[in-house]
Ligand binder design. Sequence first.
Ligand code: AHR
Length: 347
Amino acid sequence: MRSILKWMSIPMLVIFISGCWWGVQSEQKVSTDESITETDLWTPPITPTDGLGERIKLGFSQLGSESDWRRANTASITEAAEEAGITLLMENAEQSQEKQFESIRAFIKQKVDVIAIAPVVQSGWEAILKEVKEAGIPVVVLDRSVNVEDTSLYVTFIGPDFYEEGIKAAKYAIDKMRNHPGPIRIAELEGTVGSTPSIDRGRGFRDAIADREGMNIIWSSPADFTVKEGTRVMREFLEEAGSERPQLLFSHNDDMAIGAIEAIEQSGLIAGEDIIIISVDGTRQAFEMMVEGKINAVVECNPLLGPLLMQATKEIMAGRTLPKRMIPPEDIYTQENAATEVKNRKY
Ligand code: AHR
């Protein structure tokens, strides 16, 4: 217990006890979901550590390496584990839920202390999480969520509010097109089918444009969160559209937007002018493209979850109760502030 007190400052302890949880980066406020009831809370089956014994062993199933966001997320977790003195066993599932199951079973055999999972899709987790629970290993869900009836199968879910990101993108779209006459033709590049960010960003965007008459999503297809697919699917949209081209593109991530820009330019159109482009993530490359005028707005999605994950892991091992939901702070950036912000990007 002494060791926990050593690494947690007094104000942090107070805030934590009052149900408001702050990240290791002290200026980063992490919001929590207060609708969670007592019954949802995790009761540790483990004996709290005193911090003097062996290093904590964390098994992490990363879903892949499809985007710049994902690479930044992996780097953040690796670095934070090293800094926290936690032994990290990390497996890359290369977009396969089956591979995630295999890694999780391997982590159980290796008797890790905590298992963290960034789930590729949100369904199909109930059975494997029951196996983990039976083995007495606490689970942290990271980045994307899992759709399970029994929420006691995981301790906490640390990750962005993707629905809110979709709403932010739509609000920008509505404002940007406010003086545009007539109906607006929208193209949407979705992420991986069945993944939380794709489902929730799409839902948030649709809900927010519903009240704005004339904003219609005409083209919508998955492009797997990759540059290559972004180019391919956007090319298809443009071919199908002919002279009735999309006036606005909502891309569920920066990589697909960057890919789409290639297709837009190849077709002789000007990205950011002929087609307004809104994307999600906030990578440095997307910021550079905003500065160049090719992307109009980027909704931030924070991949730097490593410090929060390590802190949660230590809290669990200390036998503490965590909030069921932790959301990192996120913003929206536009061409107006991109030039001043680009130098601050950490990924
Ligand atoms: O789950 C987060 C999403 O996954 C990011 O927006 C995307 O870039 C990544 O691949």
